[in-house]
Design a protein around this ligand. Structure first.
Ligand code: IPM
Ligand code: MN
Length: 352
């Protein structure tokens, strides 16, 4: 029997609450699908930082490399200056574990929860493949004449051929393997960012030659946001850089019903991946048992797929979908008609 080692980082705010529900579902599905797992919890996050003044222990990255996968709740604390934990924990782990893909499915489970009129589940069903290791997130730049009237702040987008190519290859492979329409859209801004997206565009069409069965498509990022609202049914798989991917996936989360349901994976196809609800730590709902745990539960579903437990992954997704369609009044915190823990219980009960 397989025995997986899973690292758990509950993190800040509502992170621990939603992680509990994710683990509840993991326990139930492991029993049903005959695999075993061990978890080890890491206390990374705002509380630890405030107590120890250390964002991440020296050994964290090496320790995490020993696991089959990582399940993360949320990072971000109201008493810690914005950027410290995000850069010091979340982005550091993504970079140092070389999780160069951020995979974010946008799936509408029930039309009642779509803010766009007349859109149905079949209309909103696509995946964003976000580059996760370069671009503006690389943190390159400088101040000139800081604090003076002539101050200049420069922030550089860093794109390597190798980095762009591996992301594009992942996206083409993903499209070939999982998508129905077999169409990959490159989302960029070739009309303005004439260095960065020139490289992306050239590489895209070169790699495309190796995938004659995949239809290629291109959209500027501004137009992409327009189409997410106007005709999301156009999209199948979208590949884009780190910054654009960050932005369009928040919009993606909204059209699929909100942050309560949006799951994502930071993937290193040759190493350790990390799965997280993309909604953040939601301080105002912390400890109230009202936050929607489905994004975390669906992240467990994605984790299961990545480690090869395909059937278990499908069962979690099917149950989450059923709970959304047949039980919940809303996907928003406090309005679901059930508590956080009750939603977890419902998903467990409906695993089949
Ligand atoms: C996300 C978040 C992070 C990002 C922040 C918290 C650093 O917004 O996962 O989308 O920008 O990638
Ligand atoms: Mn984001």
């Amino acid at each position: 029997m397989k025995n997986y080692k899973i690292a758990v980082i509950p993190g800040d705010g509502t992170g621990p609450e939603v992680v509990d529900e994710g683990l509840k579902v993991l326990e139930a599905i492991a029993e049903k699908c005959d695999f075993k797992y061990e978890t080890e919890s890491f206390d990374f996050g705002g509380e630890r930082y405030l107590k120890t003044n250390e964002v991440l222990p020296e050994s964290a990255v090496e320790d995490l490399k020993k696991f089959d996968s990582i399940f993360l709740g949320a990072i971000g604390h109201p008493d810690v200056k914005a950027g410290i934990l995000e850069k010091g924990i979340l982005l550091k782990l993504r970079f140092d574990l070389d999780q160069y893909i951020n995979l974010r499915p946008v799936t509408l489970y029930d039309e009642r929860f779509c803010p766009i009129k007349d859109k149905k589940p079949e209309d909103i069903n696509f995946t964003v493949v976000r580059e996760n290791s370069e671009g503006l997130y690389k943190g390159l730049g400088e101040f000139q004449n800081k604090g003076t009237a002539d101050e200049v702040a420069i922030q550089t987008s860093y794109n390597t051929r190798k980095g762009v190519e591996r992301c594009l290859r992942y996206a083409f492979d993903y499209t070939q393997k999982y998508s129905k329409k077999k169409m990959l859209t490159l989302c960029g801004k070739t009309n303005v960012l004439t260095y960065a997206f020139d490289l992306w565009e050239r590489t895209f069409y070169e790699v495309a030659k190796e995938y004659p069965d995949i239809k290629t498509d291109y959209a500027h990022v501004d137009a992409t946001t327009m189409w997410f609202v106007k005709n999301p049914e156009w999209f199948d798989v979208i590949v884009t850089d780190n910054m654009f991917g960050d932005i369009i996936t928040d919009l993606g989360a909204m059209i699929q019903g909100g942050m309560g349901i949006a799951a994502g994976g930071n993937i290193n196809p040759n190493g350790v991946s990390m799965f997280e609800p993309i909604g953040g730590s939601a301080p105002k709902y912390t400890g109230k048992n009202v936050i929607n745990p489905l994004a975390a539960i669906c992240s467990v579903g994605m984790l299961l797929k990545e480690i090869g437990e395909i059937k278990a992954s499908e069962m979690v997704e099917t149950s989450a979908k059923l709970v959304v369609r047949e039980k919940l009044q809303s996907l928003a915190a406090g309005r679901m008609g059930y508590s956080t823990a009750e939603v977890g219980d419902l998903v467990v009960k409906n695993l089949k």
